[in-house]
Design a protein around this ligand. Structure first.
Ligand code: S3P
Length: 430
């Protein structure tokens, strides 16, 4: 390894060992935000190490939710109740779309004006998807070019809506449900495809009543939240890199204790099992509605898959690593219905196709996905992370089975979700 922004990955013979994956990013964001508007001090063990979650904590502090790291390592957030304080400065969301989109829902219910901005990548991402429902609820919200950050929100009294988003997005659902807490009446979100339900579970953990039937979630305005003490499960989307690494070598074996098993996220495990990875899960427990289990994975054959429709939505964050390792499968991988990948931290369809081609792979790119034939031999190459954490980590895994070394520039992007990733990867590769 050179400096942190350029990393060289050498081919490996196998992947073996135990990795303690940091706390889930999605859950950590939600806990930090809800803790700020709860009554009392919340404590979170195994809070995410992701820089994105520190962006959320920074914004939370700027609106009055003081936090600190306690002696036992837990993050403690002091709740302010539903009324936050006006920030002295603009709120810096860094690289984090989750921070901007979900916090908007809470800021829309506040009687002050705030402005949120982000880095270059976040400044390109679409915000119209949350601006539309929040405006319908009565917030005044403005952005650049009709929907790119920075976002200016003039919050106030909100009214409940029945919202049917066009895109399947947990961030949009969460934004509307959080705003619903401040609205008069019952807010309903009806999703086209069911997305991850961490917000519904977190709201319940903090004491709110949230109704659920199929793809419909409902919340009554005016409910008070109470502080909680919680353990954040290990992030399954970060675990995905080690699971795909294990799949590349028949004699590999990785143990990942304390991983999130929430059924709205765990479709990844079903797909990996279908593709041939041997997975067993033990020590299942539940914490505040979230399932946790210890994963043990062993390599075997590595077949292909077709991922489309609801599977694509359920695996949206893991598709980069599945696609980046697909040339090593027996039958290849086809991904469809994934045009959302084009508006993530980078255009992930283009980033995967470009990087795979640099390593000598054949790839077909569609507007909404990719087709990657199997049984390909790749060579090491000089790659770029495109400033995207998941691209940096995905291609470190691809590099493990390439011929020759791979250099990844901008690899420090991994810190956005997993700062210790490269050290952990090195510790389990042989
Ligand atoms: C997330 C939802 C997904 C996902 C993101 C985290 C969340 O985004 O890609 O990494 O925590 O709700 P969308 O809601 O835009 O699909």
């Amino acid at each position: 390894m050179a400096d942190r922004s350029t990393v060289t990955v050498r081919p490996a013979r196998s992947v073996r060992g135990l990795v303690r994956i940091p706390g889930d990013k999605s859950i950590s964001h939600r806990y930090a935000m809800l803790a700020a508007i709860a009554e009392g001090t919340s404590r979170f063990h195994n809070f995410s190490a992701a820089l994105d979650c520190y962006s959320t904590l920074g914004c939370v502090r700027a609106v009055g939710g003081e936090w600190k790291r306690a002696d036992d390592g837990a993050i403690e957030v002091q709740g302010r109740g539903p009324r936050l304080s006006a920030p002295a400065e603009r709120l810096d969301c860094g690289n984090s779309g989750s921070t901007m989109r979900m916090l908007s829902g809470i800021l829309a219910g506040q009687h002050f004006e705030s402005e949120m901005f982000g880095d270059e990548s976040l400044s390109r991402r679409p915000m119209a998807r949350i601006m539309a429902p929040l405006s319908q609820m009565g917030a005044r919200i403005g952005a650049r070019d009709g929907g790119r950050p920075p976002l200016k929100i003039r919050g106030g009294s909100l009214k409940a809506i029945h919202y049917m988003p066009e895109v399947a997005s947990a961030q949009v659902k969460s934004c509307v449900l959080f705003a619903g807490l401040f609205a008069e009446g019952e807010t309903i979100v009806e999703e086209p495809i069911r997305t991850r339900d961490h917000s519904e579970l977190a709201l319940r953990a903090f004491g709110a009543e949230v109704g659920r039937t199929g793809n419909i979630a409902r919340i009554r305005g005016g409910q008070k939240l109470k502080a909680i003490e919680a353990h954040v499960p290990g992030d399954l989307s970060s675990a995905a890199f080690f699971l795909c690494a294990a799949a590349l070598f028949p004699d590999s074996q990785v143990t990942l204790p304390g991983i999130l098993m929430n059924p709205t996220r765990a479709r990844l495990l079903d797909i990996l099992i279908l593709m041939g990875l041997k997975i067993s899960v033990a020590q299942l427990e539940e914490h505040h509605g979230e399932l946790i289990g210890a994963i043990e994975a062993r390599g075997g054959t590595w077949r292909g898959a077709v991922i489309s429709g609801a599977d694509t939505a359920a695996l949206i964050d893991e598709i980069p690593v599945l696609a980046a390792t697909a040339p090593y499968t027996e039958d290849g991988l086809e991904v469809r219905d994934a045009k959302e990948l084009r508006v993530k931290e980078s255009d992930r369809i283009a980033a995967v196709a470009t990087s795979l081609r640099k390593m000598g792979a054949e790839v077909e790119e569609f507007r909404d996905g990719l087709r990657i034939p199997g049984r390909q031999r790749l060579h090491g190459a000089e790659l770029d992370s495109f400033g995207d954490h998941r691209i940096a980590m995905a291609f470190a895994i691809t590099a493990l089975r390439a011929e020759g070394e791979t250099t990844i520039h901008g690899a420090d992007a991994a810190g956005v979700s997993y700062p210790a990733f490269f050290e952990e990867l090195q510790s389990v590769t042989e």
